[in-house]
Design a protein around this ligand. Structure first.
Ligand code: PLP
Length: 385
């Protein structure tokens, strides 16, 4: 039996996989079961920030594996402490809770917000999120996700979430006033929603309103974080400082990790026993993440911006392209041809791409070689026309 047939028989049918088995890779080149090579513009949905089998990451992970792969959170371990310190120092935040995924990081943020309001004696518990957002697949984060089609299948979903339109400041402020809102949670660039960047005025106005009214301003940086948008975190493009941000995907470089990063205001909301995770802060995941995080230097971030400008200018000028959206190396492309056809043609021609709603989506490794990127963009351009 082939991998494909075994998987089809024994793995729950939750993924509509491409007809492609991937076996190995290096950097931004990945091979299928027949040895055919592809330029990877997906990085495992923004996870492998420095590509496949990146030497420094492998070294950090394997040396930790050979030392201490896991102990419980009843004990201190250095990778967890050092990663938390590194993140806080670069973001002016105060404390970190480590989880294993983006959804779990958001679960923690939701708990921080509810507890913060309760400690203050406020009669507030709702979290406001935006329409067309995506915050995860657990029941609470599904509730938070502002897309109806995710809601209908699993009722009853946890209550305590309200939604308002992105880029409509009045709608958000009215909803906050009407619904006992304790926190706003938003993605600066809606990823799964179609790579849509929020307006600066909107983000700043919501941030200011939250600040003035002691409502937590929380940013979901699960996809946008860790250099993806050309800044360390996407909120840094907006000149705002969140009270809480969550991240995951690219932070781990390929091992499961999530982080809920809390600023001064809410740093003591959760105390002993209020939250926990068996694997959260695992030494191997944290050692790998630290090797990723330490390499998100200004130099790397400016190379992300340069590659972004290249992709934007090449594809905006392409006849088969209607528009290009996003920020940094998180790019959505509205094409004239159906996106499914373009992804297939790119795959046939050795380039792996993603979709988001009706757009072609690119999330290449941050350190993708410029020559490889140029080759891949040429393949995309010819697939679009
Ligand atoms: C992927 C994603 C999540 C969920 O992360 P998981 O690790 O799959 O749980 C949450 N929020 C955003 C913005 C995401 O892109």
């Amino acid at each position: 039996m082939t991998t494909k047939s075994i998987d089809k028989q024994y793995v729950l049918n939750t993924y509509n996989r491409f007809d492609l088995e991937l076996t190995q890779g290096k950097g931004s080149v990945i091979k299928d079961e027949n040895g055919k090579e592809y330029i990877d513009l997906t990085s495992g949905i923004g996870v492998t920030a420095f590509g496949i089998a990146d030497d420094k990451w492998v070294e950090a992970v394997t040396s930790q594996l050979n030392t201490l792969q896991h102990v419980s959170n009843l004990y201190y371990t250095s990778p967890c402490a050092l990663l938390a310190k590194a993140i806080c120092e670069k973001t002016k935040m105060s404390k970190v809770f480590f989880s294993n995924s983006g959804a779990e990081a958001n679960e923690c943020a939701i708990k921080v917000a509810r507890k913060y309001a309760q400690d203050k004696g406020y009669d507030r518990y709702n979290i406001l999120t935006l329409n067309n957002s995506f915050h995860g697949r657990t029941l609470a984060t599904l509730s938070a996700t502002g897309q109806d089609h995710y809601h209908e299948l699993f009722n009853p979903l946890p209550s305590g979430f309200v939604h308002a339109d992105a880029n409509d400041t009045d709608a958000v402020i009215n909803a906050i006033k009407e619904h006992n809102v304790c926190a706003v949670l938003l993605e600066c660039v809606q990823g799964e929603g179609g790579v849509i960047k929020l307006d600066t005025d909107f983000v700043q106005a919501v941030h200011a309103y939250c600040n003035d009214n002691d409502i937590l301003f929380m940013v979901d940086e699960v996809q946008t974080g860790n250099g993806r948008t050309g800044e360390l975190y996407a909120y840094m493009n907006y000149g705002v400082q969140p009270d809480v941000f969550t991240t995951a995907k690219g932070l781990g470089g390929g091992l499961p990790i999530g982080a809920c990063v809390v600023g001064e205001k809410a740093q003591n909301s959760l105390g002993f026993g209020d939250h926990g995770s068996t694997y959260g802060g695992n030494p191997v995941a944290c050692a790998g993440a630290l090797s990723v995080f330490e390499r998100l230097t200004d130099e790397l971030l400016s190379s992300v911006k340069a590659k972004s400008e290249y992709i934007f200018s090449e594809l905006s000028a392409c006849a088969g392209v209607e528009s290009v959206s996003g920020m940094g190396l998180m790019i959505g492309i509205k094409t004239k041809k159906p996106v499914g056809d373009i992804i297939k043609e790119c795959m046939n021609n050795g380039v792996l791409c993603l979709s988001a709603k009706d757009k072609l989506r690119l999330l290449p490794a941050l350190n993708i070689d410029f020559d490889l990127l140029k080759k891949a963009v040429d393949v995309i351009k010819s697939a679009c026309v």
